[in-house]
Design a protein around this ligand. Structure first.
Ligand SMILES: C[S@@+](CC[C@H](N)C(=O)[O-])C[C@H]1O[C@@H](n2cnc3c(N)ncnc32)[C@H](O)[C@@H]1O
Length: 184
């Protein structure tokens, strides 16, 4: 949607994202075969750049054309400006799919289909939380429920699952769920 694109472009401009790759990605990347990766809602590419350094070819998808300008121009990162509300993941294409700090439940079955046999999903995003915890949004469409991520990928071989409290860049406490799982 054009409104989402505008909103996210403004947000990327006003609040630049971290350049550090996700700690979960760095810790668990050894479980994936180096090959073709998909970075869902890649933002300004902190994780795509990390994968590039390891030798992956990356399809980096985001709605924000501004964010995509911050990603290296190199033949091994394909920048795809698309709305993930309508974008379709190519089946059986990926050795690795990552989804960090973003939730679009429409994509779940496409993620599973998009993995090759032996392909790995690394998925981490925010859980609904109350009381002392902050949430990046109040829209429940964009927040996981407790144990939801585990249920979502339970048919894969789960390598790691955790729900934990983290402190964000503003010093606020947030709850996140992370999963690393392999398609056998
Ligand atoms: C919180 S950022 C996370 C970026 C990146 N995954 C990371 O961890 O650094 C969420 C990203 O989702 C993108 N996004 C939001 N809605 C989208 C949509 N409908 N289609 C594609 N990308 C979208 C935004 O532009 C933004 O880059």
């Amino acid at each position: 949607m054009i409104e989402d694109k505008k909103r996210w472009n403004e947000r990327h401009l006003s609040r630049p994202m971290s350049k550090d790759a996700s700690k979960t990605l760095v810790k668990y990347i050894e479980h994936a075969n180096i090959g073709q990766a998909l970075d869902i809602a890649c933002g300004t590419g902190r994780n795509s750049h990390f994968l590039l350094g390891l030798g992956f070819d990356v399809d980096a998808v985001d709605i924000s054309d501004f964010a995509l300008t911050k990603i290296d121009n190199t033949p091994t990162i394909k920048k795809i400006e698309a709305d993930l509300d309508s974008y379709n993941i190519t089946p059986n294409r990926y050795d690795l799919i990552i989804n960090m700090n973003y939730l679009n439940r429409r994509l779940v079955s496409q993620i599973k289909d998009g993995l090759k046999q032996g392909g790995v999903i690394i998925f981490e995003t925010f859980i609904v939380a109350h009381g002392e915890f902050q949430m990046p949004t109040t829209n429940l469409d964009y927040l996981l429920r407790k144990n939801e991520l585990l249920h979502t990928f339970i048919g894969l071989d789960v390598i790691y699952y955790e729900e934990k409290i983290e402190v964000n860049r503003l010093g606020e406490r947030v709850k996140v769920a992370s999963i690393v799982a392999k398609k056998s």
